[in-house]
Write a protein that binds this ligand. Structure first.
Ligand code: LIP
Length: 262
């Protein structure tokens, strides 16, 4: 079995931990006024690190619950053990185990697995994107007005700072120009739903590398595009991500607010 197939098996096994926790009443700790973490986030990340580190020994692992900050490694495996922790705690089934493998600023391999809905998304660079073995393609829609756009709100929203005003100003500018918004609560899965053609675009501010490292490749391999707010190449250290089926990318970018203009 090749290394990526073994990685798929490991993520599937991690899904059992998530499923068991989802069926229980879960105690959550607060990382901040609005950000939650549970023992399942930590247990899944520890399991994944223990299994993946020997398999991908030439990479450094950057996990949401264990990363101590600093410069991102050139060759890294970004792990979000439960993307959508708030949904996990509130029993809203939009969540995913996200594993994104990057080298020199490019995504190489990606897995996003929602064990609650049994949606297993994966991609390898140049080999297409899949959900449960079915090939994925972004939706063929060239008109922003006919588009469903997914987004999310940053944990710092309660501080009503620059991120909050960007979200509000962008919503005010964009909402009349689209079919509707979907705020589902897990960026990794939002990006997979873009790849699957369920939504036509996605944007968000203040996401972490582990939220998007896998979803980005799945979008790209499904024919979509990912950029920063200026339309340039997205870096995992950028503050704002804008992704779409490609046909509406410039319309979407033109209808988001500039950052910092309160
Ligand atoms: C979440 C993202 C979501 C965002 C939330 C949070 P977490 O990640 O997936 O899109 O809106 O604020 O960042 O914290 O559940 O891993």
């Amino acid at each position: 079995m090749n290394r990526f197939e073994e990685l798929k098996k490991i993520v599937k096994e991690a899904g059992v931990i998530v499923k068991n926790g989802y069926a229980k009443t879960v105690d959550a700790d607060k990382k901040s006024a609005t950000e939650l973490v549970t023992k399942y986030d930590k247990e899944v990340e520890e399991f994944l690190i223990g299994q993946i580190a020997p398999l991908y020994s030439e990479y450094k692992i950057v996990g949401e619950e264990s990363f101590k900050g600093g410069k991102l490694p050139e060759r890294a495996i970004f792990i979000d053990p439960i993307d959508g922790t708030t949904n996990f705690v509130h029993k809203f089934p939009h969540l995913g185990i996200s594993v994104g493998i990057w080298s020199s600023g490019e995504a190489e391999e990606a897995i996003v697995y929602n064990p609650i809905l049994e949606e297993f998304f994966y991609a390898q660079k140049g080999q297409g994107a899949f959900c449960n073995e079915q090939r994925l393609y972004v939706a063929d829609e060239e008109n922003l007005q006919n588009s469903i756009i997914a987004t999310g709100f940053p944990y710092v929203k309660h501080e009503m700072g620059a991120e909050y005003w960007w979200v509000i100003n962008s919503m005010q500018k964009l909402l009349p120009k689209i079919r509707d918004i979907r705020r589902l609560g897990a960026a990794a899965v939002d990006l997979c739903y873009l790849a699957q053609g369920k939504v036509n675009g996605f944007y968000e501010v203040n996401l972490q590398p582990w939220d998007v490292a896998a979803g980005i490749l799945i979008v790209q391999e499904a024919g979509g595009v990912v950029s920063n707010l200026s339309g340039g190449k997205y870096s995992l250290e950028d503050n704002i991500i804008v992704a779409s089926n490609g046909e509406i990318q410039s319309q979407l970018l033109n209808n988001l607010a500039e950052f910092g203009n309160d």
